[in-house]
Design a protein around this ligand. Structure first.
Ligand code: SME
Length: 157
């Protein structure tokens, strides 16, 4: 990334964090807040798909999202989402075609980032999945900034 694009991205994240704080301030309805957070991410960053999958026994089930319809269920350890859950780590995929076992819900998705989200007991209860229509979209900077948003979501669930 060029210095200029890092600067622009940092500025965008700063605006996104401000938007999210303003959107959830004074509201305690989880669905309203998560819906607004996902919409804010999608439209501020102009990504293809932004959503949550919720853990249900040995599967992830599609939860709230912004973007085209997507795969409904993903087994633990499968795809990028199931792997991030099983391995308890943020995964950045620069090119989905190069990720063994990637689940293609939509052929427009070219790169992605998945971040596990923990409930109050420390158990992973959701994953945040963000897809881009461009290759090589997500970097360590995105992982750092999106993990801040993950921490906000953890206070809401
Ligand atoms: N690509 C994901 C599946 C979810 S969709 O991208 C919305 C995966 O491999 O887990």
């Amino acid at each position: 990334m060029t210095e200029l694009s890092v600067e622009k991205l940092t500025k965008n994240y700063s605006l996104l964090h401000q938007e999210i704080s303003a959107l959830i301030e004074g509201e305690n309805n989880m669905f309203a807040n998560i819906g607004n957070i996902l919409a804010a991410i999608k439209f501020r960053m102009n990504w293809f798909w932004v959503g949550l999958y919720k853990v249900d026994q040995d599967e992830l089930v599609l939860f709230m999202f912004q973007g085209p319809h997507a795969c409904t269920r993903i087994k633990k350890g499968k795809g990028v989402c199931g792997t991030a859950w099983e391995e308890n780590r943020t995964i950045i995929v620069e090119d989905v075609e190069k990720f063994d076992g990637h689940i293609a819900c939509n052929s427009n998705s070219k790169s992605e980032i998945v971040i596990p989200i923990k409930d109050i007991s420390g158990t992973i209860s959701y994953v945040l999945d963000i897809d881009s229509a461009e290759l090589n979209t997500f970097t360590k900077l995105d992982a750092k900034e999106l993990n801040k948003i993950k921490a906000v979501i953890e206070t809401l669930i």
